[in-house]
Design a protein around this ligand. Structure first.
Ligand code: PLP
Length: 433
């Protein structure tokens, strides 16, 4: 249950990419038959991704992953201002992924003014905070769509509209949203004011090292690398044809999965209300019936039901535990639970020994003992941050997987807590009260 770290390839995705390693190995820039075959496959994949995002194929830039897409968005917009010496201001948030945070810091070192917005205790970036932070020379706002640690969804449509009114561009890191939420970048769509959007292949059942930056036609993007004229001069380098083909196939499968969701038949004016309809949980979770979800989730509402079942099953039996970001809409696969009086790291290891993979903080930080920057920004104490564990399901997670986790997790928590003097005191108080 660590799908926010990475997901396995779907068999259909592997089958689609396999011939492009050996049989159809052409360079998509070659004019001979092998090259034309590769080019056609890349074009097809571009159309598939564009269809998932409701944008033009020419607005898709293939990259090496979410990190590159985020960096290309930020540097691609701001580098020309650095070069010309014009003042530039970037607004982002302290709850962003390091791919954005560290890129923003690197831009600050090069003379860009950067504002890192704080958030509410639930992890929300309030539109008023953004409004107050705007300056005449704000060129770019970058706020993620769904948080990788908590799953909390930001009101991106509203935030992007504020940036648009001000004349600033808007980028969103949609790495943890793509394939889980409908994303509509068309001129009449909910994300119509989003100018740049990042996707990573390996979070949606395509290979690691593949990604996309959506770049709206009107945006002038400077390349980060220099070489050939691939990707319309926005990202030079011989295309990773097998990876791109796989990403295109994964996008097609994600789209079918999203369309299978009955809640999607309802008109979808905004992501946040939609998520509530899909079961993005708010308040106390409820236990959903299992019968429809015995072989992975057929749609997003089934995935949310499994996540909610896991959450409720844990919270019903484990004391002094709760969900971080519970009262906001969240992506249907993620829950971040604190278990006071234990160290998440110890729980992650104990669960791993039982065959259950979860994550404390984000995967990129594992090994580090620093509390999560996201939970810290939400105002959690260092102890509670270090006691928080992320469970992230995928479309392949089954009801049996959830049942197994419900057998393992409460027992592991109870055992680790017996080793904690702080827990023994708390347990005595709970028992006497
Ligand atoms: N953005 C978010 C929200 C992520 O969760 C991740 C990866 O965990 C990334 C960016 C980086 O993506 P990649 O691993 O493809 O570089």
């Amino acid at each position: 249950m660590d799908a926010n770290a990475t997901t396995p390839l779907l068999p259909e995705v592997f089958d689609a990419m396999r011939p492009f390693w050996i049989e159809h190995f052409g360079n998509a820039s070659s004019i001979h038959r092998q090259g034309q075959h590769a080019r056609a496959a890349v074009d097809h994949a571009r159309e598939s991704v564009a269809s998932l995002l409701h944008c033009r194929p020419s607005e898709i830039v293939f990259t090496s992953g979410g990190t590159e897409s985020d960096n290309l968005a930020l540097f691609g917009v701001l580098q020309p201002f650095i070069a010309s010496g014009e003042p530039a201001h970037l607004i982002t948030a302290s709850t962003e992924h390091h791919a954005v945070l560290h890129a923003a810091e690197a831009l600050r070192d090069r003379g860009v003014e950067v504002t890192f917005l704080g958030c509410t205790p639930q992890g929300l970036i309030e539109p008023e905070m953004l409004r107050a932070a705007l300056r005449p020379h704000t060129r770019l706002v970058s706020i993620m769509l769904a948080n990788n640690e908590t799953g909390v969804i930001q009101p991106v449509a509203e935030l992007a509209a504020i940036a648009y009114e001000h004349g600033a561009l808007f980028h969103t890191d949609a790495v943890q949203a793509a394939g889980k939420l409908p994303l509509d970048l068309s001129r009449s769509g909910e994300l119509k004011n989003v100018d740049l959007l990042s996707i990573s292949g390996h979070k949606m059942h395509a290979p690691q090292g593949t990604g996309v930056l959506f770049c709206r036609r009107s945006v002038r993007l400077a390349p980060m690398f220099f070489g050939g004229s691939h990707e319309r001069q926005r990202r030079p380098g011989t295309e990773n044809v097998p990876g791109i083909v796989a990403l295109g196939r994964a996008a097609e499968l994600a789209q079918s999965w999203l369309l299978a969701d009955p809640a999607k038949e309802v008109s979808t004016p905004a992501i946040v209300p939609l998520l509530h309809a899909m079961g993005g949980s708010a308040g106390a979770p409820s236990v959903a019936p299992l019968s429809h979800a015995m072989g992975g989730s057929a749609d997003a509402s089934q995935l949310a039901a499994l996540r909610d079942r896991l959450e409720a099953g844990i919270l019903n039996v484990v004391e002094e535990a709760g969900v971080n970001g519970a009262s906001l809409p969240r992506v249907s696969n993620t829950t971040n639970i604190y278990f006071d009086h234990l160290e998440a790291e110890a729980l992650v290891i104990a669960l791993d020994l039982k065959g259950l993979s979860v994550s404390g903080g984000s995967a990129c930080q594992s090994g580090a003992t620093e509390p999560s920057h996201v939970l810290t920004a939400m105002g959690l104490s260092p102890a509670r941050s270090r006691a928080s564990v992320r469970f992230s399901l995928s479309r392949l997670t089954t009801a049996e997987d959830v049942d197994r986790a419900l057998e393992i997790v409460p027992a592991a928590v109870a055992r680790l807590r017996t080793l904690s003097p702080a827990w023994r005191n708390t347990a005595e108080v709970l028992a006497s009260g």
